[in-house]
Design a protein around this ligand. Sequence first.
Ligand code: SF4
Length: 233
Amino acid sequence: MLKQTYIHQILTSTAKWTPWNPTTGCTKVSDACRYCYAETTSLFLMRRGIPTYSNGFLPIFHDARLLDIASYRHPRRIFVDAMSDLFHDHFSETQINAVLDAIYEHPQHIYFILTKRPERMHFILADRPQHRNLCVGVTVESDEYAWRAEYLHSVQERFVTFVNCEPLLGPISTLPRDGIDICFAAPEAGPHRRPSAPEWFTTLEHYCDTNNILYIGHRFDIRSDAGKRPIWP
Ligand code: SF4
């Protein structure tokens, strides 16, 4: 099957979105992390006395959660580690590979893994075979972090690759021309959102169009475009 065909199937899937967090907690690495949703939520849940978040936003591996995806009777779209970064240094290669093993053992689900630590992602995924339902992406919030997308080139043949330009915090004009299947883009959300310029989105969309990258995103600030969020959860 052509890759464009299964990318289309992934993007048009109506399977239920399901968060799966075998890891929680993280530490900040770049501008996009400043108002980290996962941190805010973790600290809120800690104050509410939720045991998983009793240590707030400290990175923790949850062995028991590796079994969760085996219990889903129907295919799901699974956002892996929305409350963390799977490739954080705190997690051992053994732990990260245990998460990947679970993903390979249940290929019926669609998985999205997003990281801001692409060097480690690149290293750990080096020997993994093709998985058509595994989408691997990096955050690029501005040109300063476009280098992260360079690491997608080596995995594009085996996985669906994406850049997530959310929150878009500056113009992006130096993404690599190869290695990226999809580009998601959106302004920052939440009470502390930093404004995005409309031309950052139009420039990015034009770049994607001319380099065979599927662009999915907002052109304008969410405040003037409410209710039109793309498929990204
Ligand atoms: S890498 Fe992701 S989860 Fe970690 S602090 Fe940054 S935004 Fe939050």
